[in-house]
Design a protein around this ligand. Structure first.
Ligand code: GDP
Ligand code: ZN
Length: 302
């Protein structure tokens, strides 16, 4: 006769639906799990301690193992909400349609920088580009900063091999506005329909038995991809306005030459960031993003 705790094991959180989650056990089996206590909030990518519940198919999550990082955003009440954990790569997806909001793309990129995780931009739906509908100039700006920029079509499969190469062996989260094609891209990444996941919905109870908040797909090539609900707006939770600059590598880099070490790159004399802006070495849109995120962080932390 085994004691209940004997079967305790480490598991990976692969789907979250509100307070319910699915985990993958060491055996590879996926099981539904309940969460012990209100304070515990496991997210996709979390490694947790799980144990079977006697006489029930569900498992119980008792602990979340220490996270190497977490993608967070402030919730409606200004508290930090965790979207996913233990990532190695953030891929920010944009497309047209929906009309891209490049400030949101900048904020996701800054979140990756602040977490110390690699980031890339993926422009999807390139099958819609024509001689008259050329790619947005923002893409070249991201490349200039140093981010890999992929141009793909989940619809035709074009350049999907580039995405496969980029994410091999990584724990990737695909983020971006709703409708850019995150679910379509993830479904393209696997040929096994059984592994496919449905579109992640930001709303609840819309014609689905259970609404998936977030799902992790383990890739045949190694690594995993996490889908997340599309949000209209996103801002990283940053602990102070001074830290915002760490989210913008080209501004941080140029800022090393400012006259004052504590230069905020706003109106200070001898500001090297302003000089780089005037020369066109830094994009004015990216600089505007920096200022906006700084103001927002001041407001949220006030
Ligand atoms: P998500 O909300 O980011 O997960 O986006 P979906 O994957 O649900 O896609 C939103 C819509 O865009 C759907 O109607 C898709 O069929 C369409 N779509 C996705 N990828 C492409 C693409 O590469 N080209 C075109 N033309 N449409 C696409
Ligand atoms: Zn400066």
């Amino acid at each position: 006769c085994k004691m209940g705790t004997v079967d305790k094991q480490e598991a990976l959180v692969v789907t979250t639906y509100g307070r319910r989650v699915d985990v993958r056990l060491q055996s590879g089996e996926r099981v539904a799990a309940r969460i012990k206590g209100r304070k515990l909030k496991p997210v996709c990518g979390d490694r947790v301690t799980a144990q079977p519940i006697a006489g029930e198919p569900d498992w119980l999550i008792t602990d979340i193992l220490p996270r190497s990082n977490a993608l967070t955003r402030p919730d409606a009440r200004g508290r930090t909400e965790v979207l996913a954990a233990n990532l190695t790569l953030v891929v920010v997806v944009a497309a047209d349609p929906p009309t891209p909001d490049w400030f949101v793309v900048d904020r996701y990129l800054s979140a990756a920088e602040l977490m110390g995780v690699k980031a890339a931009v993926l422009f999807n739906k390139i099958d819609r580009l024509t001689d008259a509908r050329v790619e947005p100039p923002a893409l070249a700006e991201f490349e200039k900063v140093g981010y890999p920029v992929l141009r793909c079509s989940a619809a035709t499969g074009q350049s999907m091999a580039d995405l496969q190469r980029l994410i091999a062996g990584e724990t990737t989260i695909l983020v971006g506005q709703s409708g850019v094609g995150k679910s379509s891209l993830i479904n393209r990444l696997t040929d096994n329909p059984a592994l496919r996941i449905g579109a992640v919905s930001a709303k609840s109870g819309e014609g689905r038995h259970t609404t998936v908040n977030s799902a992790l797909l383990e890739l045949p090539s190694g690594g995993a991809v996490i889908d997340s609900p599309g949000v209209r707006d996103f801002a990283p939770a940053v602990e102070s306005a001074q830290r915002v600059v760490a989210g913008f590598p080209e501004i941080e880099e140029a800022g090393r030459a400012c006259r004052y070490a504590n230069c905020r790159h706003l109106k200070e004399p001898g500001c090297a960031v302003k000089a780089a802006l005037d020369e066109g070495a830094i994009s004015s849109r990216r600089y505007e993003s920096y200022k906006r995120l700084k103001r927002l962080t001041e407001k949220l932390n006030a």
